[in-house]
Design a protein around this ligand. Structure first.
Ligand code: ZN
Length: 240
């Protein structure tokens, strides 16, 4: 089965459309959460995600905040302003979909969590030390996570845990055990503004991570029209 792994779409419809056409035909789509927040197109993105084949979709912290299930205190002032705008424009249908989601699950023998297996809604896995502690919090060979907006792989082998920054368009064998992050579709934070995603092959256990350019300026224009924070508009162009 060829599975599209996508995360942190953040209401960026141009990035999402570009990823979907770049990925081509897939048997399933596993979305690791944060469909909304920051971007100008929350309802459009939810509608597109809902149509994906054999969809498994997690709830991220922004999705939980959008539906009032996570207090705004944990977010900085700009993120709060953005979430308040979002709460005002979500349709009943979109809100109902976000309400059904959970922050972690197991599908096809693969664990998935929005942030980390230890703290599915909150923890940032950006270093091998934090990742090493997390291997005891899931039982499957693989765990897929998002939340950091940075594509990374962590391998746990006899000699310890190693971190790998994957090269785009390079097939990697997910030798057990492994924690894998596909990066962010709609708001990359590794200084590369291109949308990120991965293709996971369930028979061969391979991970193919990819980057695709999209029309950043069009999204920035819609963010300005919506009155979303300037800093969030600016960061899309630099990927930070
Ligand atoms: Zn996110």
């Amino acid at each position: 089965m060829r599975v599209l792994i996508l995360s942190d779409i953040h209401a960026n419809a141009d990035a999402l459309s570009t990823v979907l056409s770049s990925a081509g035909s897939v048997d399933a789509a596993w979305c690791l959460g944060d469909l909304v927040g920051y971007g100008p197109d929350p309802n459009e993105c939810i509608a597109k995600i809902k149509e994906l084949p054999n969809l498994v979709c997690l709830q991220g912290n922004h999705d939980a905040a959008a539906t009032g299930h996570l207090a705004l205190e944990g977010f900085n002032a700009e993120a709060r302003a953005s979430i308040e705008w979002l709460r005002g424009c979500l349709t009943d249908e979109s809100r109902a979909f976000l309400e059904t989601l959970e922050p972690h699950t197991v599908t096809n023998g693969v664990s998935m969590a929005h942030a980390s297996p230890r703290q599915p809604m909150l923890e940032y896995l950006l270093d091998a030390y934090s990742a090493a502690q997390n291997f005891q919090y899931f039982e499957n060979d693989f765990c897929f996570v998002g939340h950091t907006h940075v594509p990374l792989l962590f391998f746990s082998q006899d000699r310890g845990v190693t971190m790998q920054v994957p090269a785009p368009d390079t097939e990697v064998l997910l030798a057990p055990r492994c924690i894998a992050n596909p990066g962010s579709v709609g708001q990359p934070r590794d200084r590369d503004p291109r949308a990120a995603y991965a293709i996971f092959d369930t028979e061969r256990d391979t991970w193919n991570y990819a980057r695709v350019p999209y029309d950043v300026e069009a999204v920035q224009g819609r963010m300005r029209t919506a009155g979303l924070p300037d800093r969030h508009v600016a960061r899309l162009a630099g990927g930070w």
